[in-house]
Design a protein around this ligand. Structure first.
Ligand code: AMP
Ligand code: MG
Length: 394
């Protein structure tokens, strides 16, 4: 049995080259950018008026002077030219600064009467209320680097520089395999000795939250059926994600069937609670995550092992969060203790409070948890106020 950190390291060392695809910009938010985004022209592309008002030559300003209004420069029009430096042009926000002007005075500081404007200020300066061409970026500059997680703001930038489609990291192809003769589909009423297959839905939802639309299959606790079922999956998916059948039970056939199919077993058993029988390996190029079936174990292992792997696959850096415990904790086993918690943000400190639950089979309380703290093996007492590693379910 290996320690949690070693298991995580082993999983992160698995190389699975990701592929990319081009998608419409409207679908890009939340995806990982697989190309640099370059400016196709200066930003702003012209000297842009930033206030509705009048444009003059600053050097011709004096406080009591009347400026004859020559014309109006609207947004979206090619630039007008001020023909007489003693005059002014009315200008609108977003318009090109008219030629032969260098200063914009907002209407709030101007009195207009009989086609003339008087500026109600004691002083003005050149370039005021003008967003100069190329202030923010020059043509060809990288505006958003490859590897960024695309936000709505970035979509705005990409639209502004003319990208209708962008290259993003394709999600891995994942199938969720539920095992167990006790499972019935969610829309059926189980007999007293049966349960509904909730893990498939839970894992599918957890994957969807990460942008992965996974397929699902359910396979019986039968060696031959398992072998036949798995043969169809291996090679057709990047990741096989199992729930159940990895422990020491008489019908936990998964490890041996996977080995028959050529599993290179890297992990089977981690010093942790819950999730001790966790299995991980590769069959050819396909990665196999075998999560123990208890819902608490399944979800904790998903977050502790699959999620960091996915970040690496997508080219993202590892993410480490910490929270402060709100109560003392005792755990006297030589295992990493993944403890379900709710958390709240108090004065920018993340506070984690244990969720009272009856173990990894307690699906009711699992649903109430925001995540879990991972208390490393080697210590059996944690004081309230201790800073501990936290993994969020969202
Ligand atoms: P196993 O890991 O197969 O020994 O299963 C451990 C526990 O998890 C058993 O109580 C199973 O009934 C339960 N379990 C396994 N698979 C699922 C599933 N797909 N949905 C809900 N519970 C499950
Ligand atoms: Mg089972």
């Amino acid at each position: 049995m290996i320690q949690v950190k070693e298991a995580q390291k082993l999983i992160l060392s698995q190389d699975l080259p990701s592929s990319t695809s081009k998608i419409p910009l409207q679908q890009a938010v939340g995806r990982i950018l697989a190309q640099d985004i370059n400016a196709d022209r200066d930003s702003p592309p012209f000297d842009r008026v930033t206030m509705d008002g009048i444009a003059i030559q600053a050097s011709r300003f004096s406080p009591e002077k009347y400026f004859f209004i020559e014309n109006t420069q609207a947004a979206g029009q090619p630039p007008l030219t001020l023909s007489d430096p003693e005059h002014c042009l009315e200008v609108m926000t977003g318009a090109v600064l008219p030629l032969q002007t260098d200063c914009v005075i907002p209407y709030e500081c101007v009195v207009i009467a009989d086609g003339k404007a008087r500026i109600d200020l004691s002083d003005v300066s050149a370039f005021q209320n003008i967003h100069g061409q190329g202030t923010d970026a020059r043509k060809g500059d990288v505006l958003i680097p490859k590897g960024s997680t695309i936000t709505a703001g970035m979509v705005g930038v990409m639209a502004a520089v003319g990208y209708t489609h962008v290259s993003v990291v394709s999600p891995p192809k994942v199938v969720v395999c539920a095992t167990g003769d006790e499972l019935v589909p969610v829309d059926q009423t189980p007999l007293p000795h049966q349960i509904r297959n909730s893990n498939s839905y839970m894992l599918q939802a957890a994957l969807l939250a990460l942008g992965i639309k996974a397929d699902t299959v359910q396979i019986a606790d039968d060696r031959d059926k398992l072998r036949d079922g798995l043969k169809k999956l291996v090679g057709n998916y990047d990741v096989l994600m199992f729930s159940g059948a990895v422990s020491k039970g008489k019908f936990d056939y998964l490890p041996e069937v996977l080995e028959e199919l050529g599993l290179d077993k890297k992990i089977h058993g981690v010093a942790q609670r819950p999730g001790k029988p966790f299995l991980f390996g590769t069959v050819g190029k396909t990665l196999v995550f075998g999560f123990p079936g208890n819902p608490g174990s399944t979800l904790v292992c998903f977050h502790a092992y699959f999620k960091p792997w996915l970040r690496k696959y997508q080219g993202l850096a590892e993410k480490h969060l910490y929270a402060t415990l709100t109560s003392d904790l005792v755990f006297k086993k030589p295992l990493t203790y993944h403890l379900l918690v709710t958390f709240e943000d108090k004065d920018s400190v993340l506070l984690a409070s244990p969720v009272d639950h009856s173990g990894s089979g307690d699906l009711v309380h699992l649903g109430l948890a925001d995540g879990f703290v991972s208390l490393p093996a080697g210590k059996d007492f944690w004081k309230a106020g201790s800073l501990v590693p936290l993994i969020r379910f969202d």
